[in-house]
Design a protein around this ligand. Structure first.
Ligand code: GNR
Ligand code: NI
Length: 168
């Protein structure tokens, strides 16, 4: 197991597009383990491989209060989305800043598990729904920042530089 470095905005590697996983081997299992360890350590509810500079369609999540319900998604596809809702989101690649993003309330996804088995998942609103869309965005090189208006983007960059100057 290993802790991985989480890329921070505006790292250009956050714009890389992840490739589908085709080989289900020990390397993949190790990657998933390391991503969970990194996500729990950073106290995030989700982590996409893009954020740790791996261009593979791999996502880990745990939206439970107790931090004991790990979910992993490989090659996820949104097959249904309905109703928009506004969500306040944070991101481990933007420490300490938040923004309101429009997301679909209800989504249905298809994905593979770590053994390459086809699965599906239905999320009807709430954090699970928002988090899945947030993570799939990462795999496509998109962050919550990209959903904000230019004015809000500017505000967020200012806040981010303040947060950074405090923590350095
Ligand atoms: O920790 C996280 N919280 C969160 C809150 C609302 C919507 C999405 C998220 S995901 C984020 C972790 C992260 O950056 N995942 O990519
Ligand atoms: Ni994120």
């Amino acid at each position: 197991m290993a802790l991985l470095n989480i890329l921070q905005f505006p790292d250009p590697r956050l714009k890389e597009i992840a490739l589908p996983v085709e080989i289900f081997d020990q390397t993949l299992l190790n990657l998933i383990d390391d991503m969970f360890e990194t996500m729990y350590e950073a106290q995030g509810v989700g982590l996409a491989a893009t954020q740790i500079n791996v261009q593979k369609q791999v996502i880990v999540m745990d939206i439970s209060e107790e931090r004991n319900q790990p979910i992993h998604l490989i090659n996820p596809q949104i097959i249904k989305k309905e109703n928009m809702i506004e969500w306040e989101e944070g991101c481990l690649s933007f420490s300490g800043v938040y923004g309101k993003v429009n997301r679909s309330q209800e989504i249905e996804i298809q994905f593979l598990d770590k053994n390459g088995k086809q699965k599906s998942l239905h999320a009807d609103g709430g954090l699970l729904s928002a988090c899945i869309q947030h993570e799939i965005d990462h795999l496509n090189g998109i962050t919550f920042y990209d959903h904000l208006s230019p004015l809000k983007q500017q505000l967020l960059r200012k806040k981010l530089s303040k947060v950074k100057s405090r923590t350095l």
